[in-house]
Design a protein around this ligand. Sequence first.
Ligand SMILES: Nc1ncnc2c1ncn2[C@@H]1O[C@H](COP(=O)(O)OP(=O)(O)OP(=O)(O)O)[C@@H](O)[C@H]1O
Length: 593
Amino acid sequence: MTASDQTTGPERLPVADARRTWAWLRAELRGRWRAGALAVLVGAVGAAASVVPVYALGRLVDLVTEQAPGSAIVPVAAVILVGALVGGLAAGPGTYLISRLCEQMLADLRESTVARALSLPVTTLERVGKGDLLSRVSTDTAAIGKAASNVMPTMISAFLLVVVSVAAMAGLDWRLGLAGAVAIPLYVMALRWYLPRAAPKYAEERRAVADNSQLLVESMQGVRTVHAYRLEQRRLHGIGNASHEVRDISVSVFTLFTRFVGRVNRSEFFGLAAILVTGFLLVRQGHVTVGESAAAAVLFHRLFNPIGMLLFTFDEVQAAAASLARLVGVIDLAPAEEPRDGTGEPADASLELADVHFRYDGAPEVLHGVSISLPAGSRVALVGSTGAGKSTIAAIAAGILTPGSGSVRVGGAALPPGSLREHVAIITQEVHVFAGPLIEDLRLARPDASPQEAAAALAAVGALDWAKDLPDGLGTVVGEGGHELTTAQVQQLALARLILADPPIAILDEATAEAGSLGARKLEESAVAATRGRTTLIVAHRLTQAASADRVVVLEHGRIVEEGGHRELVAAGGRYAELWRAWEARTPTSSSR
Ligand SMILES: Nc1ncnc2c1ncn2[C@@H]1O[C@H](COP(=O)(O)OP(=O)(O)OP(=O)(O)O)[C@@H](O)[C@H]1O
């Protein structure tokens, strides 16, 4: 089963199952087996070297007990010194190699997740909400990052030390090894008690955190609506409830953890007691020396920390595994669908939508076979009542949405969405101003644009005057936290970006609709300047835009009901004529056109 087969709910991105997550991890490790083997080898040498001083310490105890001469003690002391040195020296590179491996894997994981998230169909992102995705690329990546940089290196070193120490105890006397091993089933029992209880708790905690971020993101993004409808208290109440849920789940996770710690301490007690009793009996029967028995006890006692580390970090590893499953779920998502028919190079700047059908996820079809043809360099206006499907057509023509069936062709070529976007640029009313200097915002469209080119683009859309008057001119920081631009200024900025991007085809979806009537005419002029020479599809909310277009396409309920020149349609007395009459009645001045 792939991640994309299984969704955790209609409003969430999928989460990969354990098998798929392991398969991803194995494939990643297989691709880096050399680095992995080297890290384990260096770690094992360090662990083995660190056991030598304890062994030698036992021997030292025996020598002292036997009142051996100083000359016999010196070589043992030298062994202790060398062992400690080698152990200490190998620990650094061992940890470094493991950390490097984990960090490289994390960097690749982060890149693939973000790359896939950016290539997701817009409909998927709209359906799941940005909060879920944000919590995955931030909180989940952080959880894995923490495990990768702190937990995994410590855990692997601890594991190697445990293996080498148990082997060393068995080397002293197999019964001592066996006594030490008594603790193993107790540790395993503690872990088996804990893990199945902790896993769902962690998953629950992640889900609650994601829900909380979703609520926060929505409230921030919709802050104007929240103010407009006085929803502050209701939103705060919702966020408060979600935060309380996160808090309660975190507390219950911690309570579970402390109960687990109690079980681990009990295992340590029984393990050490078994070694001391066995050592006592073996010394009494003359099977081992006091030094060997003491060495076994020290070896075991030294494992308290690494074993504790192994067990206590298991929950972080588990949390990281839950996060990894969520990221692999995103990586496995199908990217936006490519068109099924052939591609090729566009012959010219014409744009053609042929028999396009479209439905949003889980909703009824909204476009029922729409065909629109824009010859190169023409201006076509799309007119229709609210919900007719105009914005959907604009998004399909721009390659933001993929039609369910039918095709979009540029210059006769059906292009994949990625390259369609190279030829077609769209401006919607939701223009985002990225935080930073104004000129950098313009350069999003063309990174190498010179200040003169940026200024020329602003001048062409009539925005240079106000831009120069900003506190730092084109260097003024705009966007979130910076100088606030008016809606009309933001639209002009988008039109200036269009000039810099210089696409052969432009789509304007409500680019002027937001403006008040006073500024609307000015913005229309800016739009005409920005689209001059380009094939242009305009979603015309102001019918003056339709009147100045080469052709008007009238859409109702997802179907084209009329098509032709403005005068021709007005004369025909159909749906467009009706809309035009209503428009003229509302804005008498426009009849002068
Ligand atoms: N993201 C979405 N998910 C589900 N349905 C949607 C979504 N966006 C639009 N719709 C629906 O699709 C239909 C066409 O919407 P669209 O926005 O394309 O119409 P429009 O003609 O541009 O309307 P308006 O003039 O109000 O912008 C409407 O019924 C709308 O409710």
